[in-house]
Design a protein around this ligand. Structure first.
Ligand code: NIG
Ligand code: FE
Length: 412
């Protein structure tokens, strides 16, 4: 099947295959072809260029994109899309004055979601989660990472990872699975942290590795959750089972999690709302991608990751949704891009780079996703007619998407 898109007003994020991420000042550049065509062959981008060089081909399908923009589909490198029920009550409790941390210390938060998840069947969990996955595909996301971490029991964690696996089999969107058993200590292990860590290391990890259910290992390294030493112990165990670290750090406090992440060669360190100069220094000249989660800051009214300081220090940044029932009940990458511009003072070019090529890097897929490159997946957003790509973050409340392609197929 060949699809030809012609008269594209701006074809954004045209990159050489060798570019796997962009850092510092490079993030300000968004390579673009004006008045372009693009050819999709089966599930891949097979050709593109200026309309002046339009090849003479006979496609099965031709789309006239007059006045419209084409860019790579969003790469959302941090989500918790598989969960049971919701936490609407905690949302209202926060409006009435409780903080996220106070709710957690009263037994709400992650433990509330874990209770719901363990009471929900695998089939019901799949049915609830697929609705969210279908929604984010329609919103322009073409690749997504999904974490476990609301089971906190051997059976619960396996149930979540099996649901992620089934979603990956049944949908064209690329899905990467992360094991986050170290998301919180279950109440029965409140006074016995090593007991729960032993359960993760001796029971969860071997079962996950046996069924090949995850590629990454995550830990919530934070005061009241996992200490730096516990994080290190769990990451090392995950690495021994072939999993690559991607961790939650510096959401509320800077306690040394970034340094452990870098030391363990984490693919990404995520959240980063609270960053010291030393934290920024530690990330320089490493292979670890800093990931900011602007809609989490928005929803919880907590600081935003200091994107300007990080970019000016020469670091790359990716942005992701963190879609989860507690801190970010939204999987809308368009809102994330807009919020990165509006609240973090990232330019439209920086935000689009952060949500495409750098997001792909943070999932280990930037050789196949995240840019307009021959041979990469035909995961594309075709916008409505708009004056320029500035409109994407500027008109932050509008849906400017006309069509989403995932693996060359139009998402209904
Ligand atoms: O990334 N911070 C830790 N974990 C999730 C939220 C967990 C929850 O509240 O359910 C996050 O924000
Ligand atoms: Fe998260």
């Amino acid at each position: 099947m060949t699809t030809l898109i012609i008269n594209i007003k701006e074809l954004l994020q045209v990159r050489d295959a060798a570019i796997l991420k962009v850092s510092g000042a490079e993030m300000a550049v968004l390579p673009t072809i004006n008045n372009a065509y693009l050819v999709i062959q089966n599930e891949l981008i097979s050709d593109f260029g200026s309309m002046e060089d339009l090849p003479n081909i006979n496609p099965e399908k031709c789309i006239d994109a007059d006045g419209k923009i084409v860019l790579p589909a969003w790469c959302d490198s941090h989500t918790h899309i598989v969960y049971a029920g919701n936490r609407e009550q905690e949302f209202v409790d926060r409006i009435n004055g409780l903080t996220y941390e106070e709710i957690a210390s009263l037994g709400g938060g992650i433990l509330n979601s874990a209770k719901k998840l363990n009471e929900t069947s695998e089939k019901e969990l799949y049915d609830q989660s697929k609705i969210r996955l279908e929604e984010v595909m329609r919103l322009g996301t073409g690749a997504v990472e999904i974490k476990s971490g609301y089971g906190l029991t051997v059976e619960g964690e396996l149930k979540m990872l099996r649901v992620i696996h089934r979603l990956a089999q049944n949908y064209p969107i690329t899905i990467k699975a992360t094991f986050l058993g170290a998301h919180a200590f279950p109440s029965e292990f409140k006074e016995n942290h090593q007991g729960y860590i032993d359960l993760i290391i001796n029971e969860m990890l071997p079962a996950i590795a046996k069924e090949k259910l995850a590629e990454f290992i995550d830990v919530f390294c934070e005061i009241g959750y996992f200490t730096v030493a516990e994080t290190q112990q769990i990451l090392k165990a995950g690495i021994a089972f072939g999993l690559k670290p991607k961790i939650h750090v510096n959401q509320f406090n800077s306690i040394g999690g970034i340094q452990v992440g870098v030391q363990q060669e984490a693919l990404s360190v995520d959240h980063l709302e609270v960053m010291t100069t030393n934290d920024i220094e530690s990330l320089k000249n490493t292979a670890t991608m800093p990931v900011a989660l602007p809609s989490c800051s928005y929803f919880l009214s907590i600081p935003y990751a200091p994107a300007r300081e990080m970019i000016e220090a020469g670091l790359p940044i990716a942005i992701a949704t963190d879609y989860n029932p507690g801190s970010t009940p939204s999987g809308n990458m368009n809102f994330v891009v807009a919020t990165a511009c509006i609240k973090m003072k990232m330019t439209p070019e920086e935000a689009i780079n952060a949500a495409t090529i750098n997001g792909a890097y943070a999932m280990g897929i930037s050789d196949t996703h995240g840019s307009i490159t021959i041979g990469k997946k035909a995961n594309l957003i075709l916008t409505q007619p708009i004056p320029s790509y500035y409109q994407l973050p500027y008109a932050f409340g509008s849906n400017l998407i006309d069509t989403v392609f995932i693996e060359g197929e139009i998402v209904a």
